[in-house]
Design a protein around this ligand. Structure first.
Ligand code: BTN
Length: 254
């Protein structure tokens, strides 16, 4: 036993040495009926997936690659609310286990000293007006060294060990992460989105800042006023209009 103090998340743990992608494995387990809270953790991934079809660097022995199966009774439209769950939990776990000061960049990159140290990829199955299940995919660069990063990264990336100046225990990080996910998910199930939105805004690097967003809606600049009930970024443009951005890459200006 890894001694987890949880109600929902991590009640069932699946550890694998190497897999293509923990998200793919978790998705298959969920289709086969795996219970809510099932967590899949791999030591390495040979086809780790990132957002927007990108690849996620997943060497063995150094990082955390995990996917969590959730079955919240919500509409597909509201599934993006859960993207904030993983970002908030990862930020809390980084603070508690490595003593660093992480911030969240919309939608859910977690940055330490301006470097991306974690990423999330959520996938869902929904054929009706209720979702069947969600897979929260979380990748955290824990003890990865500088020479293990590709040189052509889109976002400047780092690891907890590089930023903290010492190794960080993968086990204690994973425990802190699952416990934090459990607390926020239980609260989400009992109180809804409001507390989660507040927690996210409290750790947001973009709230109140001038940003540029590039995505399939084109480039847009404005000042961030918050996030709405479907997870969209609310952007006040120079013309004074309030725009809702559903997807894209955010750069903080100035
Ligand atoms: C991103 O920032 O682009 C998202 C990266 C998500 C990576 C994690 S690692 C565990 C899970 N399995 C995957 O294949 N991807 C996610």
């Amino acid at each position: 036993s890894v001694g987890l103090n949880v109600a929902r998340i991590g009640t069932s743990l699946v550890f694998v040495g190497e897999t293509d992608s923990t998200n793919t494995l978790a998705y298959r387990l969920a289709e086969d009926g795996a219970v809510e809270g099932t967590v899949v953790i791999a030591d390495a991934q040979n086809r780790g997936r990132g957002r927007l079809g990108r690849q996620w660097e997943s060497p063995a022995g150094v990082n955390l690659y995990c996917s969590i199966i959730l079955r919240p009774p919500i509409m597909p439209l509201h599934a993006p609310q859960l993207t904030f769950l993983s970002a908030v939990a990862v930020a809390e776990a980084i603070e508690r286990s490595a003593g660093l000061a992480p911030v969240i960049k919309w939608p859910n990159d977690v940055l330490v000293n301006g470097f991306k140290v974690a990423g999330m990829l959520n996938e869902m199955s929904a054929e009706t007006e209720r979702i069947d299940f969600l897979v929260l995919g979380i990748g955290v660069n824990i003890n990865m060294q500088r020479d293990q990063f590709p040189t052509d990264l889109r976002h400047p990336a780092s690891s907890l060990a590089i930023e903290a100046g010492h190794e960080v225990s993968r086990l204690s990080f994973a425990r802190a992460l699952l416990e934090s996910l459990d607390v926020h998910y239980s609260q989400y199930r009992s109180e809804g989105y409001a507390p989660l939105r507040q927690a996210w805004l409290g750790r947001s690097a973009v709230m109140g800042r001038r940003v540029r967003v590039s995505g399939n809606q084109g480039d847009m600049t404005g000042t961030v006023e918050g996030i709405d009930e479907i997870g969209a970024l609310l952007l006040r443009t120079a013309h004074g209009t309030l725009e809702r951005v559903l997807a894209g890459d955010v750069t903080i200006e100035g």
